[in-house]
Design a protein around this ligand. Sequence first.
Ligand code: IPE
Ligand code: IPE
Ligand code: MG
Length: 246
Amino acid sequence: MKEKPKLTKLPQHVAIIMDGNGRWAKERGLPRLAGHRAGTENIRPVLEACVEYEVKILTLWAFSTENWRRPEKEVRGLMRLLRETIKRELQELHEQGVQLRHTGRLDRLSPSLQKQVREAIELTKDNDRIILNVAFDYGGRAEILAAVRRIIQDGVLPEQLDEALFSQYLYTAGLPDPDLIIRTSGEFRVSNFMIWQGAYAEYYITPTYWPAFDEEELYQALLDYSQRERRFGLTSSQLATQTSLI
Ligand code: IPE
Ligand code: IPE
Ligand code: MG
């Protein structure tokens, strides 16, 4: 990694749609769950690479609101993997200064898993090396509906509601929007991921399946990002005088 050219522009917040575990396993004649396990084991090296590249927030999408409709055995396996991974990794993540967050619904997880997630968040809340935000039971439409319900409950008046206030009602309240969204395994779709927050994100899609997505792949995504011009609806010459936006 040391010989590589320095990246000129870095995303503060990288989000990854970790797709392709099933196909990775199938290619090797393994059950889907073996792919999910390999995918989980890939989290630490990618997180460490993000720390090296000074990415401040890494969001990983591990389970969607739609994934509940998968076969019961697979869903149970994914829940077990979440439980095992927190148990195995928490202490070391904490020692390394990782702040854990969760984005999505917690209430549909088992009470013991909910407790485990809450305790992990509480334990690491003052860490500031990197934020690892795990999107689990997350879906963008459900998130927006939940926000609208709470806005109505709070009696917010139509004229009070603006984009900044709306954002505070989302699961990601307090986090900046992702600058770069990476999707592994080659699908060109959003699949209901951060449909509000990703409004101006740069997208990067790689054919590599998530368990095989490594530091080199991450570097390629970051390099691609650093070469893009983000315009936010402005012209190039306007941007030249408004560097704070870039
Ligand atoms: C992503 O891998 C993990 C989850 C959605 C839980 P998939 O399980 O979707 O893998 P493919 O897309 O079938 O290869
Ligand atoms: C998106 O992948 C969800 C996660 C990566 C957690 P899916 O495999 O569920 O998405 P589709 O079904 O290909 O759109
Ligand atoms: Mg998939």
